[in-house]
Design a protein around this ligand. Structure first.
Ligand code: NAG
Ligand code: NAG
Ligand code: NAG
Length: 304
């Protein structure tokens, strides 16, 4: 996960948001504190412990977390190490973002550097894994609570809070789980169009609560996830039917975001090609030091 994608992040982050200084080198753009906070919404790519608080459980057992800061303890992240959100926080000079459900109300009243609402298994739609994960609607509801109860108190003045929110970065990475019902692929063009529309409505809701700067991942190539590729012939090939449906969504996502930009005053976004990154990683994995295109635990990719 480390190198290429994040270098792209740093590079890309300098483009749409104006830098306050005249320097635009990679180093300064990556280590400068331009964003007061990072708020995170999405699925297991970036969940960092919310699901541990759900009855169905989360990534709360080994080998999850074995490489996280040398701790060798599960951190609630569906990975051996850091998530993209962790790397993003590091590169922005922010502390790791805490999962909303880990925090007491007292702690929520004090955190000015962002909160993570993401939940493994969740999607864009309210009926996607709505028992075992926090739906995007629920995540937005929790963010609403943060704004109304915690940030409001912290900033005293409404203008100061609005400034904070408008300068913060909102990272959204979701959608892959909507293509599966109980593990079975259910995608078609209609679903993709429907998802794009539903996604837009929810981005708009986050905007309405004060967010202005968005960092949006497209959907990764789920057809290449080991749980799918293992069933292909020849074994290990990507399921292109799945990838095709996801590509249909991905091709239109930037247009949809541009439409939002023309519609909503102050809205700006970075669109990141997670799909392309995963495809490239699959093809050139060895150069990243990756030995096998397999993940440690079936659950990690079943509810991505
Ligand atoms: C949860 O999903 C099921 C279908 O999977 C749906 O019938 C139900 O209405 C959903 N619940 C909510 C609160 O959206
Ligand atoms: C979901 O899948 C599991 C096992 O794959 C099966 O036992 C269960 O009946 C399925 N549930 C639905 C609602 O299809
Ligand atoms: C897609 O939606 C259209 C109407 O919007 C409908 O006529 C068509 O049957 C749908 N196709 C699928 C595969 O669901």
């Amino acid at each position: 996960m480390k190198s290429q994608y994040l270098i792209t992040l740093c590079f890309v982050l300098t483009l749409p948001f104006p830098l306050s200084s005249t320097t635009n080198s990679y180093e300064s753009s990556c280590h400068k504190k331009k964003f007061p906070a990072l708020y995170v919404f999405g699925d297991s790519l970036i969940d960092c412990g919310n699901n541990n608080h759900l009855p169905s459980g989360g990534a709360d057992y080994l080998p999850y977390g074995i490489d996280f800061m040398g701790g060798n303890t599960p951190t609630g992240r569906a990975t051996n190490g850091k998530t993209v959100a962790d790397f993003l926080a590091m590169h922005l000079g922010l502390p790791f973002v805490h999962p909303y459900l880990d925090l007491t109300n007292h702690q929520r009243n004090k955190i000015r550097t962002g909160i993570n609402y993401a939940s493994g298994g969740s999607g864009i739609l309210p009926d996607t894994n709505n028992v075992t994960s926090l739906t995007l609607d629920k995540q937005i509801k929790f963010f609403h609570r943060t704004v109304k109860h915690n940030l409001h108190k912290m900033f005293n003045e409404k203008e100061k809070m609005e400034k904070h929110l408008s300068e913060s970065l909102f990272f959204v990475s979701t959608g892959v789980n909507d293509y599966f019902h109980n593990g079975t692929f259910r995608g078609n063009k209609n679903l993709s169009l429907f998802l794009l529309n539903e996604f837009t409505l929810r981005i708009q809701r986050i905007y309405d609560l004060g967010a202005r700067k968005f960092f949006v991942n497209n959907i990764p190539p789920a057809g290449c996830f080991p749980s799918k590729a293992i069933r292909e012939r020849p074994r290990g090939n990507c399921d292109e039917k799945i990838n095709k449906a996801i590509s249909f969504y991905n091709r239109r996502l930037p247009e949809v975001l541009h439409e939002l930009q023309s519609l909503l005053p102050g809205f700006s976004f970075v669109h990141a090609d997670l799909f392309g990154f995963f495809k490239e990683l699959r093809e050139t994995g060895k150069s990243y030091g990756k030995k096998k295109s397999q993940m440690a635990n079936q659950r990690a990719f079943e509810s991505f």
